[in-house]
Design a protein around this ligand. Structure first.
Ligand code: NAP
Length: 684
């Protein structure tokens, strides 16, 4: 570089040596040399800096193809750009809140508003005060409460923002619909908090907080709330409902003619071919295909199937702690998929793409596209649960019999008669979409519209039944296969448990069965100090996390740690039928890991004996453990009855042995909860 070849002729003129120099007259004066050096210096500088920038350009160019286009993180700018005045945010874990948001955003144009639905995780929520910049604007929040009063994963940052910031929301109009479940202690905690906090910050509530109860009829709660919410919006903004009830498609069907099968999704959740080339980290969008190492039946008798599965996660870099949950993506029953195809006269192997008509939307497709109808119905769509009312409403247009059309529309309405009909004909009868199509022969929707309307098939969560310390390469599941007869004479089969049940360790063709999974962290944790006593209450499959806890306490003991009392209350129907993990539990007991094993056999005698009856029997000892020995209490299993009954039993113990009044007892247990000494992992 420094040889500067093009300067050479000047320095060594070819004429130089041959031409006789003029005597006394030097060839270059000092000034010449100075100017010359300056030029050379500048040229060198220019050249070097040019080289430098040349080096950086290819670097930059190389990067461009892998940089994904910047997503719009400003919902305000997006609303302005797309001329919207209503944004509907969802805090969603299982997809229901997201679905409700989509419905509200879509409904908006019937009520003179222009809506868009948005994931708070994708946008800068600190811009909320700026909503006032948009005329007649409104922010609606559909907030699900997860776990023990927690925000959903995608609403965590927004929740933190609400808690930590005192920004002025003056001029911001809002409304909140909460999605919760009454069987849980913190019913609709997130909905309540959002509603209260937005008002505290100066926002204006346009309509009252809606509180959906999934233990009752969430769909009905939402429809009823919506029915009142829209008139309130119209009144507030002085707009009129258009009364236009026609169905509006959100996606257009595209059937590609030139198909490269390598570009067609076959069940992946995110990246195309992610099941063929697996790359950590593994999460909801990128599940790990774990091989099924063990799949055995746990119960010795009875008409149910209780199972223990072990998923091999070696090499996945997945870590877990006992108490965490494993999420599993199930696959729908082939026979239901085929039957839907048959009824709709559809070629299920057609490759299609459903493309969002709203080009500005972050959600380009309702599920990964392009794909086939078969893949969509098998991996991406929920075809087992009763369809929601909006699905029935939109499908009504395809019923050729006016009576069917009328029935479907009525069920989607907020009239008491319609609600009653939806409750009995759809929910109580557990009619899934196939049953609806079968029982209404005049209903013949197009398959692409049906695929647009059905909600996404969600991952199922199970409490991990092993310890990550003892089995770092294995995740265990303990579950009962869900199967029952419905009032229409059909058999309802739980999607995930039936699919898991049929997972054989090695298939006929020698392949190992796999399960797409990822781990979700939980708060259900053993005490930090191993010497603290633990009392675990887990009837039925509620035993799951405690198998992990016991393995871990045993492991600590082996390490020479001072491990405190470890007590289990397990409950099952009969000793000879469903005493899950009997052998393992007795071995833990023999090894001194399990210091007390209490089992309530509910059906081995005349009257019922449940875990809470045994708790009551040991009330003095339990009170001592709780009140003086810093014991941690854990409850896992059924939320609806068991967890509540057990909690009431603890109130009784605090009253009877601790001498507290009922109010004091309730406050006492609440305090234990806030201290993390009374933990629940319950399901309904
Ligand atoms: P199950 O076998 O039906 O019931 C277990 C025992 O609990 C039976 O002896 C039952 O007695 C008894 N029981 C019924 N009502 C009770 C009450 N109010 N209080 C105390 N005990 C009561 O249980 P399961 O089929 O395993 O289901 C248990 C629940 O745990 C399910 O809701 C499940 O979803 C949930 N769960 C599952 C996991 C998992 O990872 N797989 C984890 C946590 C929780 P009777 O039937 O004789 O009345």
């Amino acid at each position: 570089v420094l040889s500067l070849p093009w300067l050479q002729p000047v320095l060594t003129s070819p004429e130089g040596p041959d031409v006789a120099p003029v005597e006394e007259e030097p060839l270059f004066t000092n000034l010449d040399i100075f100017l010359f050096s300056l030029i050379v210096g500048l040229l060198v500088y220019w050249f070097l800096s040019r080289k430098k920038s040349e080096e950086t350009i290819p670097e930059f160019k190389r990067l461009t193809p892998v940089v994904t286009p910047q997503r719009e993180t400003s919902f305000i700018e997006k609303m302005k750009k797309t001329n919207r005045n209503m944004v509907v945010f969802y805090g969603s874990q299982t997809g229901t809140a997201e679905e409700f948001c989509g419905r509200l955003a879509k409904d908006a144009q019937r009520y003179g508003m222009r809506g868009m639905s948005a994931d708070p995780e994708e946008y800068d929520m600190s811009e909320l005060p700026r909503l006032a910049e948009i005329d007649n604007s409104l922010a609606v929040f559909c907030m699900a409460t997860y776990g023990e009063g927690d925000p959903t994963d995608n609403a965590q940052d927004f929740y933190d923002w609400m808690q930590e910031n005192g920004e002025d929301l003056k001029g911001v109009n809002f409304a909140v619909f909460g999605l919760g479940n009454k069987t849980y202690e913190h019913f609709n905690a997130m909905g309540k908090y959002t509603d209260k906090r937005l008002e505290e910050l100066g926002g204006k509530r346009i309509y009252d907080l809606g509180m959906g109860d999934d233990d009752g009829n969430l769909e009905e709660d939402f429809v009823s709330w919506k029915e009142q919410f829209w008139p309130a919006v119209c009144e507030h903004f002085g707009v009129e409902a258009t009364g236009d009830d026609t169905s509006i498609r959100q996606y257009e069907l595209v059937v590609p003619t030139d198909i490269n099968m390598n570009k067609v999704y076959t069940g992946e959740m995110g990246r195309l071919k992610s099941f063929e080339t697996q790359k950590p980290p593994f999460d909801a969008k990128n599940p790990y295909l774990a091989t099924v190492a063990v799949n055995r039946q746990l119960n010795q008798a009875g008409d149910r199937h209780l199972m223990h599965l072990e998923l091999d996660i070696s090499g996945s870099k997945i870590r877990y702690d006992s108490g965490d949950h494993v999420a599993v993506y199930p696959v729908n029953d082939v026979s239901i998929v085929n039957r839907i195809g048959q009824i709709l006269d559809a070629d299920l192997d057609t490759v299609i793409s459903l493309n969002n008509l709203d080009e500005e939307s972050n959600k380009k497709h309702p599920f990964p596209c392009p794909t086939t109808y078969r893949t969509a119905l098998t991996h991406y769509l929920d075809i087992t649960n009763p369809p929601r009312t909006n699905v029935l409403f939109e499908l009504a247009q395809y019923a050729t019999d006016p009576k069917d059309q009328d029935t479907l529309r009525k069920m989607a309405s907020a009239s008491p008669e319609g609600k009653g009909l939806y409750q009995s004909w759809v929910l109580d009868a557990q009619r899934n979409i196939l049953a609806v199509l079968e029982d209404m022969p005049s209903l013949h929707p197009t398959i692409d519209h049906l695929c647009e309307l059905l909600p996404r098939l969600q991952a199922r969560y199970y409490s991990i039944a092993s310890s990550g310390k003892v089995y770092p390469t294995m995740v265990s599941i303990c579950a009962v296969v869900v199967e029952f007869q419905t009032s229409t004479g059909r058999t309802f089969k739980g999607v995930a448990t039936n699919w898991l049940k049929n997972k054989v360790v090695v298939t006929d063709n020698g392949h190992k069965a796999t399960v797409p999974m990822y781990v979700r962290k939980s708060q259900f944790r053993l005490p930090f100090k191993a010497s603290n006593p633990v009392v675990m209450i887990g009837p039925g499959t509620g035993i799951a996390p405690f198998m992990g806890f016991l393995q871990e306490r045993g492991w600590m003991k082996e390490q020479g740690k001072d491990v405190g009392e470890t007590i289990l209350y397990f409950g099952c129907r009969r000793r000879n039928e469903d005493f899950l993990y009997q052998q393992e539990l007795e071995e833990f007991e023999k090894a001194g890991v399990l210091t007390q094993l209490n089992v309530a056999f509910s059906r081995d005698q005349e009257g019922k004996v449940y875990v809470q009856h045994l708790l009551k029997k040991n009330k003095e000892h339990l009170w001592k453990l709780i009140h003086t020995d810093n014991a941690h209490i854990y409850i896992c299993g059924d939320a609806r009855n068991m967890a509540r009954d057990v909690q009431n039993t603890f109130y009784d113990i605090a009253e009877e042995v601790g001498g507290l009044t009922h109010t004091q007892a309730v406050a006492y247990i609440k305090k234990l909860m806030t201290k993390g000494r009374y933990s629940l992992d319950v399901w309904s």
